[in-house]
Design a protein around this ligand. Structure first.
Ligand code: GTP
Length: 178
């Protein structure tokens, strides 16, 4: 068994889009209904994907992570499908982070969260997909109420980081959360 790979992932987005909820759903398997504003928070989780263990550090930020940016391996950029403002903010964040890392592409998953709130939706899936395509990033919609979509988000960013390392998958990878 190869050594676990340590991977640091930044979860970024406008306030109240569900960064904490998605991360907690992935790490602890539960949905927290209360809103507890976070400025910065860190979680750790071991995940196994296709025979490789990943020791994930998940850093959630509501402000831009100026000083920590250099050692981040992948970005989960979150907006809420119910908030136009959050969709605008995620574009600003993406521009800023490319400027900061000085690359034209970094492993990124764009996530449209709160997809369960059908009546309040203002951003269509196609709009999110189009934006992610323009970045060369992956796109997903999620609901932090469903464990499966939260797991998919983090499975996807692992895949994007592996691709950036030249480890493109030959087939659909299996992911199991430990
Ligand atoms: N219906 C629904 N509510 C959600 C979802 N994700 C988060 N929420 C709710 O939205 C509110 C904000 O969620 P948080 O996870 O605290 O959002 P955040 O992005 O971490 O917020 P900040 O800490 O301010 O940056 C909470 O009341 C959550 O319960 C979702 O997918 N669906």
């Amino acid at each position: 068994m190869p050594q676990p790979k340590y991977r640091k992932i930044a979860v970024l987005g406008y306030r109240s889009v569900g960064k904490s909820s998605l991360t907690i759903q992935f790490v602890e398997g539960q949905f927290v209904d209360a809103y507890d504003p976070t400025i910065e928070n860190t979680f750790n989780k071991m995940v196994s994907m296709n025979g490789q263990d990943f020791n994930l550090q998940l850093d959630e930020y509501s402000i831009f992570p100026q000083s920590h940016s250099m050692d981040i391996h992948g970005y989960v950029l979150v907006y809420s499908v119910t908030s136009m403002k959050s969709f605008e903010v995620v574009q600003v964040l993406h521009d800023k982070l490319l400027d900061m890392v000085g690359k034209i592409q970094v492993p990124t998953v764009l996530v449209g969260n709160k997809k369960d709130l059908h009546m309040e939706r203002v951003i269509k899936p196609e709009e999110g997909k189009k934006l992610a395509d323009s970045w060369g990033a992956a796109f997903m919609e999620s609901s932090a109420k469903e464990n499966q979509t939260a797991v998919e988000v983090f499975k996807r960013i692992i895949l994007e980081m592996e691709k950036a390392d030249g480890n493109a998958p030959s087939e659909e990878k299996k992911c199991c959360v430990m």
